[in-house]
Ligand binder design. Structure first.
Ligand SMILES: Nc1ncnc2c1ncn2[C@@H]1O[C@H](COP(=O)(O)OP(=O)(O)OP(=O)(O)O)[C@@H](O)[C@H]1O
Ligand SMILES: [Mg+2]
Length: 255
């Protein structure tokens, strides 16, 4: 069964406002799709409908052709949907290393073993170390999660998502609030994830240079609707993006 993630006519209404309006889209492995659009366009809401934090008013979400629309968020995580969350899933008083090891352990299905405590599982420890190194958190391993800088906390969110080894990676403005030297670490990591052709990667990002360098495909949301979908060059050049998103008058082009 080929892994695809699909939304069919996905819709959510908040009172009179339709935040996501009949969005139909298929995402495939080996493809990084950037989701762009103005503030309030519905990008984060679309993510929440896919990952299960919100239930749609209408429409469906399918993973590998299975209808997961009615599954809870934790069940969707188990099926391979990974979304970085702002520190809701971690233990603030435990160290960075302990948090990542626990996530690795949870993903491996290993629970408490009387004779072989998980601390002795070399493979799990090595996997946690590899994740910490890949996101340049190795030198912060002993620090309590709660004591991290904002940028390091965001990196830890990504590390915890990686520990779960998802099939679908969802990044919502992953570098927001990061210092200039932290941004490349996260972007490099996403670029490396992309090389693993078996993963579906969704990236909400406002910075067009980042989108241009990472995306294989761009979809544009505007007032909750999917208004453009295609290769980065075409979508960025399209009038709808030039006007609606980049705020450029028709006839002129973006720098
Ligand atoms: N729980 C909610 N209840 C009511 N309205 C909501 C809720 N969540 C989002 N909205 C509204 O839905 C619309 C889409 O919001 P959303 O956060 O998805 O936009 P976004 O594209 O992620 O914007 P940004 O680029 O600023 O992050 C906005 O008008 C927002 O006010
Ligand atoms: Mg958002």
């Amino acid at each position: 069964m080929p892994l695809t993630l699909e939304t069919r006519d996905l819709t959510i209404r908040f009172g009179g406002h339709v935040a996501v309006n009949k969005v139909s889209c298929i995402f495939r492995p080996g493809e990084l799709t950037a989701i762009v659009g103005p503030n309030g366009a519905g990008k984060t809401t679309y993510f929440s409908l896919i990952s299960g934090q919100l239930r749609p008013t209408a429409g469906e979400v399918l993973l590998a052709d299975e209808n997961i629309t009615r599954l809870t968020a934790p069940l969707r995580t188990r099926k391979g949907l990974g979304r970085a969350f702002q520190l809701t899933n971690l233990f603030p008083n435990l160290s960075v290393e302990e948090n990542v090891r626990l996530a690795v352990q949870a993903a491996s299905g290993v629970h408490y073993e009387m004779l072989r405590p998980w601390m002795k599982r070399r493979d799990l420890i090595e996997r946690a170390d590899a994740i910490l190194d890949s996101i340049a958190l190795g030198n912060r391993r002993a620090v309590a999660a709660a004591a991290l800088s904002h940028g390091d906390q965001r990196k830890l969110e990504v590390a915890l998502m990686m520990a779960l080894e998802p099939k679908v990676f969802m990044f919502d403005e992953p570098t927001a609030g990061m210092s200039v030297d932290e941004v490349p670490v996260v972007l490099d990591l996403i670029a490396r994830l992309k090389q693993d052709q078996s993963k579906i990667i969704l990236l909400v990002e406002h910075k067009m240079d980042v989108v241009r360098s990472l995306a294989d495909r761009i979809i544009v949301l505007h007032n909750g609707q999917l208004v453009a979908d295609g290769r980065p060059g075409e979508v960025i050049a399209s009038p709808i993006v030039q006007e609606a998103y980049l705020g450029i008058a028709p006839g002129k082009t973006a720098a």
